[in-house]
Design a protein around this ligand. Structure first.
Ligand SMILES: Cc1cc2nc3c(=O)[nH]c(=O)nc-3n(C[C@H](O)[C@H](O)[C@H](O)COP(=O)(O)OP(=O)(O)OC[C@H]3O[C@@H](n4cnc5c(N)ncnc54)[C@H](O)[C@@H]3O)c2cc1C
Length: 378
């Protein structure tokens, strides 16, 4: 067993660290307070190859593996999870199904420009009547001359307020079978689509939208793969992305731990650094151990993706552990900092708020437990 990163992977890590320090770190405070995503970052991501990191060179990507993708996420989330969340929606869940199941024309129209940072994607699956029960989604697509008419609502959609394309999951048949759910590339603006930006706590600079779709027309070409039934691609994309968001959680937890450690070494109480109080040192020891478990799980999961052996349950175990642990580590960081932990001068309050999002995003902890438990029945 070889647990080391390759020279190429370490080089990507260095590139992301440099990019994040130059292009992201100086803007974090401003964009978080304005609750506005800096869309000018997308072409900059493309310039350094970060839009297509996970896709083969033959399809315009950088040809890297899932381990490298997780390195990018860990380092980006360590600096700003809002940026990482928007990047993930635009480069992974929003276009991965097009790469896997799109026709050559569809890839040229919606996938290639995304890798160039010229088209920003959003993935529209969740609905107001319940995001957890994805199979029961109500958005309908009805066949008409030359295309389809879509109607329904999508809730909590990352990037929707500024996206150029929504990858919309819609029911093309009334039956509750997996071939009843299809995916459509919906260009926006579209006269039948109205997008409202939502006010939220956590990853504030990542813009989240409510999407109302009222009899919106899309041409035949917008049906992914030119055929009905793409639920398997949704599930596949979610499983792979659950490893990805676990790497985001690792990045957030590392940042919280590093800030707390630094603070504990320098904050004097009763004449000595607080790290010399055993209660504080033990808390930091627990945080360091938590971060270590996350690192092992994330990169093991990424390696399994690269080997083609990562199943849904493994992805759920890793996502469950990493999201819950990032919340615990960031809360512990706030405790180590005391009152300073809640001040904006330090990032730990923001990290905790951001980490809470991943108890929900890509499926809640309860849904992860359901997926894991399902494999135990036989
Ligand atoms: C910031 C943010 C960004 C998001 N981005 C996107 C996006 O880009 N695209 C997208 O499609 N979605 C997105 N989501 C939606 C996210 O995937 C859903 O919030 C999530 O799947 C949960 O759905 P829900 O919020 O409707 O909760 P509900 O499904 O209403 O669940 C409410 C509660 O009931 C529990 N529950 C529900 N069903 C079960 C069950 N069977 N067993 C046990 N407990 C259960 C849940 O665990 C939860 O505690 C985003 C969410 C957030 C917060």
């Amino acid at each position: 067993m070889d647990f080391s990163f390759s020279a190429a992977q370490e080089q990507v890590r260095e590139t992301v660290i440099r990019f994040a320090q130059k292009e992201i770190a100086p803007r974090v405070r401003e964009i978080e307070e304005a609750e506005k995503f800096p869309v000018d970052l997308f072409p900059k991501f493309a310039e350094v190859g970060l839009m297509g990191i996970r896709y083969p060179e033959t399809d315009g990507g950088a040809g890297m593996d899932k381990v490298t993708d997780c390195i990018v996420r860990e380092e980006m989330s360590r600096v700003c999870q809002s940026i990482s969340a928007a990047w993930s929606a635009a480069t992974h869940i929003g276009i991965w199904p097009i790469w896997r199941g799109g026709t050559a024309d569809q890839k040229a129209r919606w996938f290639a420009p995304a890798l160039e940072g010229k088209m920003i994607a959003a993935f529209a699956l969740s609905e107001p009547d319940g995001g957890s029960d994805t199979r029961a989604l109500k958005t309908k697509a009805v066949k008409v001359d030359g295309g389809w008419r879509l109607s329904g609502s999508k809730l909590y959609i990352t990037n929707a307020p500024f996206a150029n394309m929504l990858l919309v999951a819609a029911r093309t048949k009334p039956e509750m079978t997996s071939d009843a759910i299809s995916l459509f590339m919906v260009d926006v603006p579209n006269p039948g689509v109205e997008i409202t930006k939502l006010d939220k706590e956590g990853i504030k600079a990542s813009e989240t939208g409510l999407v109302h779709i009222a009899d919106a027309f899309v041409p035949d070409m917008a049906l992914l793969g030119g055929r009905e039934g793409s639920y398997h691609l949704v599930m596949e994309a979610l499983a792979e992305n659950r490893i990805g968001v676990s790497a985001n959680c690792l990045g957030m937890a590392r940042n919280a731990y590093e800030v707390a450690l630094d603070y504990a070494r320098t904050r004097l109480v009763r004449g000595k650094p607080i790290i010399e109080y055993q209660a504080v040192a033990h808390r930091l020891a627990d945080m360091a151990t938590d971060v270590e478990t996350m690192r092992w799980m994330v990169y093991h999961g990424a390696w399994r993706v690269d080997q083609g052996t990562c199943d849904m349950a493994l992805a759920s175990k890793i996502k469950l552990h990493c999201s819950e642990t990032a919340v615990r580590v960031s809360e512990n960081a706030i405790r180590v900092l005391g009152g300073a932990g809640l001040m904006r001068e330090y990032p730990v309050g923001r990290i905790h708020r951001d980490a809470l999002v991943y108890l929900m995003g890509e499926g809640t902890s309860e849904i992860q437990r359901n997926i894991i438990a399902r494999t135990m029945k036989s």
